[in-house]
Unconditional design. Structure first.
Length: 134
């Protein structure tokens, strides 16, 4: 079942990139981001309706801060950058995301990176460079 979910996630992400690129060509990144957030909110509300969370006021505030600062700003900046590069390059360059997470984990959380981690990070950077130059 995990493989099916992984494939569905990949297809959903590819669909998001393609639709966002097409929408982004005719309007600003803020407008495209707004539509994306509205769709996601409605979709999640419908899906989670049977399991509505019971959060305290402080937990709702933290959730709103996380969604506003982390998610909204990241997606808005991504959509802004999507206007500057081709969609297939944008997808490959998003592979830098786990690399940045590993680096931040090492710097801020003192997590150790092993040789395989460093090799994987180097391969990500090299492949990103190759695609960006193509």
């Amino acid at each position: 079942m995990g493989i099916i979910y992984g494939l569905l996630a990949g297809l959903s992400y590819a669909g998001f990139i393609i639709v966002s690129k097409k929408l982004r060509d005719g309007q600003s990144s803020l407008t495209t981001a707004f539509y994306s957030y509205v769709f996601a909110a409605v979709f999640l509300a419908v899906i989670s309706r049977p399991m509505a969370p019971s959060l305290s006021t402080s937990e709702w505030i933290l959730l709103l801060m996380l969604s506003g600062v982390n998610t909204c700003s990241a997606v808005t900046l991504y959509l802004y950058g999507l206007a500057m590069v081709e969609a297939h390059k944008a997808v490959v360059l998003t592979y830098l995301e786990p690399l940045s997470a590993a680096i931040m984990g090492a710097v801020f959380l003192e997590q150790l990176l092993g040789p395989i981690d460093i090799l994987g990070g180097a391969l990500i950077v090299i492949s990103g460079y190759i695609v960006a130059k193509a």
